[in-house]
Write a protein that binds this ligand. Sequence first.
Ligand SMILES: C[S@@+](CC[C@H](N)C(=O)[O-])C[C@H]1O[C@@H](n2cnc3c(N)ncnc32)[C@H](O)[C@@H]1O
Length: 289
Amino acid sequence: MNERQGKFFENKSFTDKFVLTPQFAGVGSREVVMTDNTNNKEFWNEYVKYFENKIEEANNDTDAKDKTASDKVYSEYYKKLAVGSEEKLLDFGCGFGRLYPIYKEYTGMCNGYYGIDVSERELELAEKKYTDLKIGKSLFEYDGMSIPFQDDYFDKIICWGVFDACYQEMVIRELLRVLKLNGLLLITGKNNNYFDDDEAAVIAEVNARKKGHPNYFTDVDCLVRQLLEHNASLVEEYYFLRRGDSPKNQAVYKMPEKFYEWTFLIEKTEGYKDFEYQKFSNKFSKHFR
Ligand SMILES: C[S@@+](CC[C@H](N)C(=O)[O-])C[C@H]1O[C@@H](n2cnc3c(N)ncnc32)[C@H](O)[C@@H]1O
């Protein structure tokens, strides 16, 4: 662990007082002891079964209340990366490898897929489900800090449903380090400024906190400004106004003042150099203070 990475590990557990904006005052408790489970392998190992069920529900039950994106929606976005058969793809936070069959369907060749995850249980499940994936060959355990690949290694990277669980200033830097020049990164996240009346969003935020689920909110404007200043380009941008819009794939394409989730296709363009990001990631959305 170097000095830069070490600073993220100072607070493993902390008490936080939070006050909700008046219309949500009834939703949550005012003081919680929070455990920081970011990069906690045991936490993510426990999450495996829950996540597998959630994806099954998303794929089979169109009326599921708390839906995540189905494989169908996931494929629509994956296609935007246009991964070529000779290219290397990093599936960052690959979980049980649900992208792998989609990758095979659209890419045809199977040698360019690399999945990394902090949970070894997820990787074991991926190996069990897809027998041509192997831990140590195409699947790698990640320490949550340094992506175990050299600079400029991947043509394409996908970070799907993971960024909101990470130390974001560190991870974006690592993702862009291992991405080749002119390579593409498809990344999803949550915005720190969602609508005042998005009750589903605020309930999800409170519940995640109660469960100790890592849950970071991005100051998207601040992230975008820094990316553009350092020669990364936003090739495509999707904004999902309210909680529930992203699984339905209902997006707008210009950054609104308020929104709940975002998906970007980012290109590491000529002139991009590694830099230390100013803080753009928050443990709370703007509905808490
Ligand atoms: C919601 S799942 C998404 C999995 C996969 N990307 C998908 O969409 O099917 C989140 C995944 O991120 C992994 N994860 C959590 N923290 C991580 C971190 N800091 N770096 C990489 N992966 C992480 C978890 O183990 C879990 O597999």
